[in-house]
Design a protein around this ligand. Sequence first.
Ligand SMILES: [Zn+2]
Length: 50
Amino acid sequence: FGDKFKKPEGSWDCDVCMVQNKAQDVKCVACQSAKPGNVSVLQLLRVKAF
Ligand SMILES: [Zn+2]
């Protein structure tokens, strides 16, 4: 795959159905699952781990 397959900025993949969603989508367009990977929480965990 080349540059044509690049994801749009901020896009995210649903953990449940692997559908790619847009950055402005807070829920999966296919299965309505909440957007995974809360960035702020992940960053907090990383700070505590190190
Ligand atoms: Zn989904």
